[in-house]
Design a binder for this molecule. Structure first.
Ligand code: URA
Length: 279
């Protein structure tokens, strides 16, 4: 055992890391730590089960299949109702209205705002986070609190901004859930499955070239895989588009040493936008 740290503390640290998704001691791809900068450029300090989407589609298909048992009417079935409403939305404003009118998610009752998106639709890069926090719920926009400020600095370091009018330099930002969970708790699998059809339609209508999945919740919901520590840094395919899972900025605020890895992910994103990047 390490000197000065008792067993209970070590256990608590390990549990916390597992909760953050650190379920493997090493990544799949080698990381050349000598090639990584000492500090991420946006860093203020020295660096020291099935996807909700697939689950939602399978559930909705099963419910649409004729069966001996009488099916619940579509308007009573949360996933099917979300799917129908999402598919009927012909543009982003219609989708925003459809989400705001969706009656099946209890989180809506405790939220001040339906947090839909920020940035420029048509941007080459779309960021998908977890859910609004206190500031986002108050302002009705995603990623405006401390984590959002870090997110802005991170993307500014590769020349992208939600305020940029030019789609080449713009970002478009949304979350898996549009309503703040109480006490900022993790979204449940049921909530993610319920809202997944809206996220899928959102991506379709915003039509980005690349997706960035920030943290475990979007990775779990869209890739069906937990463990952002293992998933990050490698391109995956989500909804027919290349997607880069990376650390959530709120996690980076707690774990600044990991900013170097997040910076490596952003450099990979920038390389892909420039026509290079991983094969
Ligand atoms: N964290 C998120 O995942 N999304 C937000 O909008 C704010 C914080």
């Amino acid at each position: 055992m390490s000197e000065g740290i008792d067993q209970a503390t070590l256990r608590a640290l390990l549990e916390w890391q597992l909760e953050m998704g650190a379920d493997a001691p090493v990544g799949d791809a080698p990381v050349d730590r000598f090639a990584l900068p000492e500090r991420a450029p946006w860093s203020g300090r020295a660096a020291a089960p099935a996807p909700a989407l697939a689950q939602a589609s399978a559930q909705a298909r099963a419910r649409e299949r004729p069966s001996a048992a009488p099916a619940a009417p579509a308007e009573d079935d949360p996933v099917l109702a979300a799917r129908r409403a999402a598919e009927a939305a012909e543009d982003l404003e219609a989708l925003r209205a459809a989400i705001a009118a969706y009656p099946h998610c209890e989180l809506k009752k405790g939220a001040r705002h339906t947090v839909f998106a920020d940035g420029r639709p048509g941007a080459r890069v779309m960021v998908i986070g977890e859910a609004p926090g206190r500031e986002e719920d108050r302002e009705g926009l995603p990623f405006v609190g401390r984590a959002g400020q870090l997110l802005d600095r991170m993307f500014a370091a590769i020349g992208l901004s939600r305020a940029a009018p030019d789609p080449e330099a713009a970002l478009y930002i949304t979350n898996i859930l549009p309503w703040r969970p109480p006490e900022n708790r993790r979204p449940t699998a049921e909530e993610c499955a319920m809202l997944a059809p809206f996220v899928a339609r959102h991506v379709e209508l915003a039509a980005p070239e690349l997706l960035v999945l920030m943290g475990n919740t979007p990775a779990q919901a869209l890739l069906g895989a937990a463990g952002i520590t293992r998933l990050r840094g490698t391109w995956r395919e989500v909804l027919g588009r290349p997607a880069m899972p990376t650390f959530h900025p709120a996690y980076l605020l707690r774990q600044p040493a990991q900013k170097r890895l997040a910076w490596a992910d952003l450099l990979e994103l920038a390389a892909r936008l420039d026509g290079g990047g991983q094969a």
